[in-house]
Design a protein around this ligand. Structure first.
Ligand SMILES: [Zn+2]
Length: 310
């Protein structure tokens, strides 16, 4: 947020709503006349290691114990592609005002590329979604607050990850920011990586976030883009002056909002801003996606060198 410090407060508020919407706020309403990108419906594929997708409805019931690790198998990495289904996430609009890219498509493409590369190295992979759908498939009130909203979607993702017994989690999103100055937000991009320090494994969170961040920056440079390094950030950093901040639901500890926290080290990566023209068109490129996927894999491989499974 350093680079935004000089911007008008209203811009910061908009930035907060957009940037931090991913975990605790409902997605922005669809634009009046979008031109939706056709996304082929993909039948969910349940890989062998995938546990039953049946999160506990009753929040007073503890999640089931994690499955016993089968000897000889590699680390289990949970990959969480942000958004999906009707939740398109953040969007890019061309100069004609037509939506030409949305977040949920790219996060899925990146996730599948990362997972394929990890599996080729002997890792096991769990996806919170492997197609264009909402992981809260049954639209249940899994938080037990009497409402069905975005919190239930994120809680469902967390429950699924916990039930998978994953050793680490990687949540992939794309950042977004808009303000009254169109030329400014179309030119504003950068790379952010979030982690939560307030967990028993906070040191591992920071290390994983640092590795992800460094590798993502290097990958972007390798495909000809000089990213703005916006830093490795704590997940409840204030987004604007006076913001009390709150943990990202998929990373933070149990509190009044997070009823069942994730129980393994994890990070949330925002490699680019989809609202930035140069970065939106970059992320559409296969070579850029491949470089980014390899960056996440390199970070994960290095992490497990430093923190091998016991
Ligand atoms: Zn997002």
């Amino acid at each position: 947020m350093k680079r935004l410090a000089a911007f008008a407060l209203c811009c910061l508020l908009v930035a907060f709503l957009l940037v931090r919407c991913v975990q605790t706020r409902p997605p922005a309403p669809p634009s009046p006349s979008p031109s939706p990108i056709k996304v082929a419906a993909i039948t969910p594929v349940i890989v062998q290691e995938t546990p039953s997708a049946t999160p506990q409805v009753d929040p007073t019931v503890a999640p089931p114990p994690t499955p016993t690790r089968i000897p000889g198998q590699g680390p289990l990495v949970a990959i969480d592609p942000g958004h999906g289904g009707e939740d398109l996430g953040a969007r890019h609009f061309n100069r004609a005002g037509e939506m030409d890219l949305h977040e949920s498509t790219i996060t899925l493409q990146l996730a599948l590329r990362i997972g394929a590369r990890l599996q080729a190295l002997g890792y096991r992979v769990f996806y919170t979604r492997d197609g264009d759908y909402d992981p809260n498939l049954y639209e249940r009130d899994v938080t037990g607050d009497g409402e069905i909203d975005l919190r239930d979607v994120v809680q469902t993702r967390t429950d699924l990850i916990n039930e998978s017994g994953a050793d680490i989690l990687l949540s992939v999103h794309l950042n977004a920011w808009e303000c009254d100055d169109e030329e400014l937000w179309r030119a504003t991009g950068g790379t952010e990586t979030y982690y939560c320090p307030d967990r028993p494994f906070g040191d591992r969170n920071l290390r994983l976030a640092t590795l992800v961040h460094q590798n993502v920056l290097a990958a972007l440079r390798s495909v000809g883009h000089e990213p703005s390094d916006r830093g490795v950030l704590i997940d409840h950093a204030p987004a604007y002056p006076g913001d009390p901040g709150h943990h990202l639901m998929i990373l933070g500890p149990k509190d009044e909002i997070i009823v069942r926290p994730s129980n393994m080290p994890g990070v949330l990566s925002e490699p680019i801003f989809i609202t930035c023209d140069a970065e939106a068109y970059l992320i559409m490129r296969e070579d850029a996606q491949e470089a980014l996927a390899q960056a996440y894999v390199d970070a994960i491989v290095q992490y497990f060198k430093e923190y091998p499974l016991q």
